[in-house]
Design a binder for this molecule. Sequence first.
Ligand code: ATP
Ligand code: MG
Length: 252
Amino acid sequence: MILAITNQKGGVGKTTTAINLSSALASKGLRTLLIDLDPQANSSMSFLDVREVSKTVFDVLTERDVHLADIVQPVMKVANLHVAPSSIALAKIESKLLGEIDSYYRLRDEVELVKDSYDFVIIDTPPTLGIITVNALVAASHVLVPIQSSYFALEGTDDLLETIDKIKARANPQLQILGAVITMYDKRTVLAKDIQEQIRRVFGEKLFETVITKSVRLEESPAYRESIFTFAPRSSGAYEYYRLSEEVLSRV
Ligand SMILES: Nc1ncnc2c1ncn2[C@@H]1O[C@H](COP(=O)(O)OP(=O)(O)OP(=O)(O)O)[C@@H](O)[C@H]1O
Ligand SMILES: [Mg+2]
């Protein structure tokens, strides 16, 4: 499965979901590759010392002779997990690929070369629907949409679903929405329950049963370059992301 974690809204939990879901899958013994496609490089920073990174996905997408296998790094604290790091250079990719006929297919071609080495490929995407996210959706077999439990939770969802439909129509007919997951849920509020119902109306059975609640532990763990499973294994976040990984596997 090649799973893009996508929502063009910023700060909804894409990176937190990408790093913890990939850790959960890797800890089950599944060979997992986390591709960081966000120029902010938060996923990379959560696992690697970015000062030791030289080549990144930017080079893979722009240079013919650099491939994912050349840039992936193992994560020291998580067996079976590799990361393809990003860098701020990715922010310049639009202009770099402008006019290239295969610009939307670059990632797909590169993932094709390594996909037999992994059971799962997880792609963390930036908060835009530009060329980077389109590359992720063209390369992916499935999309997972994190939705922040907030008053404006569903704002922009139409654009996302429309983009997914356009990509399905042409570039990637196999693409499927695996599911949507509610993040930063605060179970004490009535509003949160209300929002959950609204989200369920849009996504129906695609909405994961697992809800990721708001947790300081989840917020802290990347700073220590750890997933929630080693940083706070007994926290609600660890339990919930483990549950989410089980649900993801049940939908494979
Ligand atoms: N369940 C949670 N509880 C508390 N804080 C969270 C939770 N999930 C994410 N956060 C925090 O919220 C912020 C945004 O999360 P994250 O970086 O995962 O979102 P994102 O969608 O990847 O953002 P961007 O669009 O900028 O890439 C981060 O500071 C993160 O630590
Ligand atoms: Mg992010």
